[in-house]
Design a protein around this ligand. Structure first.
Ligand code: FAD
Ligand code: MG
Length: 378
């Protein structure tokens, strides 16, 4: 058997900023610093002790920071407050992100989500409002995508271990045994008591495809509550932009080249205040015998979703919705995913295909920059 070649960054659970702000020379000092920070290359030492990493650039004023990065949610989270970035505001934003992580992470033993999973098939569990809201939304998008997006995908995620140090291809028998556990319809939600019941023993929730978006929205809300008018929240590629650029032009967000080095982009999305979220085959994966096994599963086959797409980027106002949709549309594939998006308002998308073609929804403001790709909108 060929040796497993591993994406070590993925093994470390680290997701680099695959979407970057591209900032022109006309932008102000804070924005240039953000650009610098988004280009900071980090090594594995960032992750060694599961302790946060902190990049801090102090401006002339003692308690004002232009940008701060910390390790949370299994990724590097960078907050950039373009004006009045008081340390206290950064603290509040990161505290909120950590609060959400403590509730929703399957990697934190005492989290609410782990209590729900441990009680699968036994008893409903009363959960924090944050978790209830996210599971309720996840249920909605599972329904909308007819299960292509399914928050009860936990047993498959564990079986393959793609986010772990020891990923492996399970046997067909293992997949056959696991598939009956993946069914969002077996999640029972009680809105009165805010409790969640997984009806079948062995079921487990995994909110990796939606909770980062929720955390990004909540981080943005914390910034707004502090009176921040212009900011960028980047939770490992889940981007939320607050406010307008100083020069009144649209923001420009680069879309990672799935075949390129980190930070190389296929093009730019131009957008006003919005969230931009990408799901792709290049973030977390392992390779065996020349085949790539990535982390977005088809809940019907039990294997990584195998279609023509390399990535899907969703642009919309709410980051949790963008996160859920990017995964759902990726899992559905281009045809079905586009049909789903046509039913929604205020949602734009950019599809990057494995054959280096790109398609966008009609209203997406996309500019191609890598000429080895072609835009082939129908
Ligand atoms: P997305 O497309 O948004 O999501 C893909 C992820 O969703 C997969 O990794 C899987 O977890 C799940 N998934 C796969 N297929 C489906 C499907 N069909 N429907 C629904 N969900 C699916 N990573 C670490 O390495 N270590 C950590 O400690 C860690 N803690 C985290 C804590 C929280 C609260 C969250 C939200 C994430 C955490 N992560 C951690 C990251 C997480 O494991 C995922 O890698 C990440 O959220 C994937 O995001 P994405 O945008 O790359 O892909
Ligand atoms: Mg997602």
């Amino acid at each position: 058997m060929a040796a497993i070649s591993r994406n070590y960054q993925s093994a470390l659970g680290y997701k680099f900023n695959f979407i970057r702000f591209l900032i022109t020379s006309r932008t102000n000092k804070h924005e240039r610093l953000t650009h610098y920070l988004s280009n900071v290359r980090t090594g594995s030492c960032w992750f060694a002790a599961n302790v946060f990493l902190y990049i801090l650039i102090l401006t002339s004023c003692g308690n004002v920071e232009s940008s701060r990065s910390e390790f949370a949610l299994g990724t590097v989270c960078t907050i950039t407050l373009f004006e009045h970035g008081k340390s206290r505001v950064y603290d509040d934003i990161f505290n909120r992100i950590r609060e959400i992580e403590n509730i929703m992470s399957v990697n934190i033993p005492a989290s609410d989500i782990n209590s729900v999973n441990a009680s699968a098939g036994t008893a409903p569990v009363r959960v924090h409002d944050d978790l209830f809201n996210v599971i309720e939304s996840a249920y909605y998008y599972a329904d909308l995508s007819r299960g292509a997006f399914d928050p009860s995908v936990g047993p498959l995620v564990s079986l393959w271990g793609i986010n772990s140090a020891n990923p492996r291809i399970p046997s067909r028998a293992e997949i056959r045994e696991t598939l009956p556990l993946i069914n969002w319809r077996n999640i029972e939600l009680d809105t009165e008591t805010k409790s969640v019941f997984l009806k079948q023993r062995g079921m487990s929730l995994d909110l990796g495809a939606i909770a980062k978006g929720y955390a990004a929205d909540e981080a943005a809300a914390a910034a707004r509550r502090a009176g921040i008018k212009r900011a960028m929240i980047d939770l490992g590629g889940n981007i939320v932009i607050i406010g307008r650029r100083k020069d009144k032009n649209p923001w420009r967000v680069g879309i990672q080249n799935p075949d390129g080095n980190r930070g190389s982009v296929v093009g730019l999305v131009r957008t006003p205040e919005a969230s931009v979220v990408t799901s792709g085959i290049y973030e977390r994966f392992f390779e065996q015998d020349g085949t790539r096994y990535h982390h977005i599963f088809s809940p019907s086959s039990g294997y990584p979703a195998d279609n023509e797409l390399a990535s899907v980027t969703i642009i919309t106002q709410n980051s949790m919705i963008a996160d859920a949709l990017s995964t759902a549309v990726f899992a559905l594939g281009y045809e079905q995913g586009s049909l789903l998006l046509e039913r929604l308002r205020g949602v734009q998308a950019v599809f990057v295909f494995k054959d280096r073609s790109i398609r966008t929804t009609k209203d997406a403001n996309f500019i191609l920059t890598d000429r080895s790709y072609t835009v082939s909108n129908p």
